[in-house]
Write a protein that binds this ligand. Structure first.
Ligand code: SAM
Ligand code: SF4
Length: 327
């Protein structure tokens, strides 16, 4: 079992499989993209399989596949098939922009993968295309509805972006009220690859809640697991739920159970800091299993208690892009 230096159990791995993406969301990266990693710097699919197996052996029981856009990797299904065979891995989740997932939906279902988070920051097509800088709205929306109707446990990630999409907060709830889906509103974070800089935000989780409450007075707060990053609610008459994720306010750090590994092997113990170590060459060296364990134990033995504490230790972390961190 992995326990950090604050006695928190680490059982959740967010594994980025690529830093590349076919969209250019303006809160994630500049229009020209970032300096994407050379192919050789990325883990191969076999390395990702091996790494996952080692991590599950260490007590990881939930893996979320993220990126970049996971489905730009043509060999992604090789990894997902491997994950679905790992004993002790109870939860395989994917975060995707849902542009490329269509051909894989049936196989994902047959592998028993249930939890899919779809990033959709607008219900209005023009707004979506302005934010993502690409014209993929129809594909995303079709795939989203397919995933829901095929019975996946779908959560929509919607980042509240001042002057861009907050007019869509109520409309997206109105459209989604007919579906068993959770719409989660996230605070924007400064990891945008230098698209813009900011020290604070206007649309924090309290403002988002006030806005929703002013439209729907009959809202019930739901019980959430201790390690959940979202505060969840139900609106009377809606089939699904909605959640608020204070990713900038960071109210959830105390119970953080997660570890991130980037597509190039960086081990990230907190979003608001720098990687503690890198595993790429370790995966390519000798004694892989024991070396990985040693590196991981060392990394989680020096975690900050909160994102604010971590942020104070480093300069320049806000130049990062989520596409290389994995969200
Ligand atoms: N491409 C996939 C997607 O968009 O769902 C997976 C990778 S993406 C980097 C993972 C998550 O990070 C997405 O839900 C995205 O909305 C979120 N994200 C990216 N940049 C962000 C930012 N600046 N603030 C908050 N969330 C961000
Ligand atoms: Fe791509 Fe996801 Fe970043 Fe959008 S948020 S540019 S879909 S990696």
């Amino acid at each position: 079992m992995l326990i950090d230096n604050h006695n928190r159990k680490i059982n959740y791995l967010r594994l980025a499989v690529t830093d590349r993406c076919n969209l250019r969301c303006n809160y994630c990266m500049p229009s020209e993209g970032i300096n994407f990693a050379e192919k050789d710097s990325l883990f191969t699919i076999w390395e990702l399989c091996k790494l996952s197996e080692i991590m599950v052996g260490q007590g990881i029981d939930k893996i979320r596949i993220t990126g970049g856009e996971p489905f730009v990797r043509k060999d992604l299904m090789v990894l997902l098939r491997k994950l679905s065979s790992l004993e002790g891995l109870n939860d395989i989740s994917i975060t995707t922009n849902a542009t490329l997932i269509g051909p894989y939906i049936q196989e994902l279902k047959s592998l028993g993968i249930k939890n899919i988070n779809v990033s959709l920051d607008a219900i209005d097509k023009n707004t979506f295309e302005k934010i993502t800088r690409r014209n993929q709205y129809d594909t995303v929306y079709t795939n989203l509805i397919r995933l829901i109707t095929e019975g996946f446990n779908v959560r929509i990630n919607f980042i509240a972006l001042e002057n861009q999409n907050t007019q869509d907060i109520i409309p997206i709830l109105e459209v989604m009220k007919h579906y068993p889906v959770s719409v989660r509103f996230l605070e924007e974070m400064p990891f945008n690859g230098g698209s813009k800089s900011f020290n604070t935000i206007n649309w924090d989780y309290k403002k988002i809640l006030d806005h929703i409450q002013s439209e729907y007075p009959e809202i019930t707060k739901l019980e959430s697991p201790k390690t959940s990053t979202s505060i969840n609610y139900r609106i009377k008459g809606h089939k699904g739920t909605f959640g608020l994720i204070p990713s900038f306010s960071r109210t959830f750090c105390g119970s953080c159970n997660r570890l991130r590994i980037s597509a190039t092997g960086d081990v990230i113990t907190c979003l608001y800091g720098k990687p503690r170590t890198n595993l790429r060459e370790v995966m390519r060296g000798k004694d892989v299993e024991s070396q990985i364990k040693e590196h991981i134990l060392k990394a989680i033995g020096s975690r900050s208690k909160t994102g604010f504490e971590e942020q104070e230790k480093y300069d320049g972390i806000f130049e990062n892009s989520m596409t290389s961190i994995g969200g």
